[in-house]
Design a binder for this molecule. Structure first.
Ligand code: SF4
Ligand code: SF4
Length: 359
């Protein structure tokens, strides 16, 4: 597979990398199989995080027999305090079964005060620079969902890579962020190239990102078929018809939609908020016949949301979840009636019960 230079890191990574967030959702044996399959198909760049539960150890199990130089591995951790960072860094190395990491990123730095904490004198950067001196780390990067914070991060001239959401819908970085990153020769890793599943064709969505020859999309993969599907982007055409399809998806879902990151979870009341707010998109893409009784139970539970705001405060995209959870639950129960999975009386009863409990 074609390689691309990841900015000033000089790392030569494959045109498409492996986003290892969703791998935690399958069993461990399948996870190792998918990762190895991706490697066998030519992918050499794997991006994981301490926060992705089993993801790092899945990568270690699947690829630990390779020489460290054969693949390029990036992990990341949220910065809480120095002790925690040191522990996270050591755990990443152990889990990934490596003597060094190619890239360690400060994870999800969405606010300027978090950035200030990271770059302050005597702060966590000094620890990571120490790891570079020891040969246990090669490069330092940063990830964020907010262009404004990333612009500030670039101004520090500290980070060698940035990782940002970028796709046909979320293309705001085209204006300022990408030009600034390029002018500083910072490597650009693209998360959410498929905008969390909004697009009707994954290869097409990734293809649009690949049109920018220096960007490295890392679509999340957890099935062998997904690896094959995503790699089709390498030679998918992108003419007027394909652009019209992307535009149609954009028009259908707008900009207020769930990206499947699950940072909003868990809900203190055990409501599956993230699934509820993306359920319409999910069933439209995968087929309404996938809706089952257990989903109706999830939407029914969604009606009991007390609008505490916990999920909303954690959503990096600032989705209005306190309203969306109830509204989407109601809409999906209405859909269940249309699909003859629920009678109108049963739906009404569920709404009435929720109202009584609220009072
Ligand atoms: S607003 Fe509703 S769904 Fe969100 S955390 Fe609170 S109870 Fe749960
Ligand atoms: S609601 Fe927000 S935080 Fe939750 S999964 Fe969707 S985008 Fe992520």
């Amino acid at each position: 597979m074609e390689l691309v230079r990841l900015g000033k890191t000089e790392l030569m990574v494959t045109r498409i990398g492996f986003g290892a967030l969703p791998i935690q959702s399958v069993d461990r044996e399948s996870a190792a199989k998918v990762i190895r399959y991706a490697y066998d198909q030519g992918i050499n760049f794997f991006d994981t995080a301490r926060a992705y539960t089993t993801s790092e150890s899945d990568l270690g199990r699947a690829l630990g027999d390779l020489d460290d130089k054969e693949i390029i591995v990036a992990s990341k951790a949220r910065y809480k305090d120095m002790e925690q960072l040191e522990e996270d860094f050591n755990t990443s190395l152990d889990n990934l079964q490596r003597s060094y990491l190619d890239l360690f990123q400060f994870h999800l730095v969405n606010y300027e005060h978090e950035l200030e904490e990271i770059v302050k004198k005597g702060g966590p950067l000094e620890f990571l620079k120490g790891e570079i001196k020891k040969g246990r780390l090669r490069h330092i990067g940063i990830t964020s969902h907010r262009s404004g914070t990333m612009l500030k991060a670039l101004e520090t001239d500290i980070f060698e890579t940035i990782q940002i959401p970028f796709n046909y819908i979320e293309n705001e970085p085209l204006e300022k962020l990408l030009p600034l990153a390029r002018s500083k020769d910072v490597g650009i890793i693209v998360m959410k190239p498929m905008a969390g599943g909004v697009f009707s064709s994954n290869p097409l969505a990734i293809r649009w990102v690949l049109e920018h020859p220096d960007l490295v999309p890392i679509p999340g993969m957890c099935r062998v078929e997904e690896v094959d599907e995503d790699l089709k982007a390498l030679d998918a055409p992108l003419g007027a018809n394909e652009l019209a399809k992307l535009e149609a998806d954009k028009q259908e879902f707008g900009t207020v939609f769930c990206r499947r990151c699950d940072y909003c979870m868990p809900c203190p009341n055990d409501i599956e908020a993230s699934f509820i707010v993306r359920s319409k998109m999910y069933f439209k893409r995968s087929g309404w016949d996938k809706m089952k009784q257990n989903h109706i139970d999830i939407f029914t539970k969604g009606l009991s949301c007390n609008q505490c705001g916990t999920c909303e405060s954690k959503c990096p995209y600032e989705l209005p979840l306190t309203d969306m959870v109830i509204e989407e639950s109601k809409a999906m129960l209405q859909k269940a009636v249309e699909l003859d999975m629920l009678t109108e009386e049963q739906r009404q009863e569920k709404l009435n019960t929720a109202e009584i409990e609220e009072k």
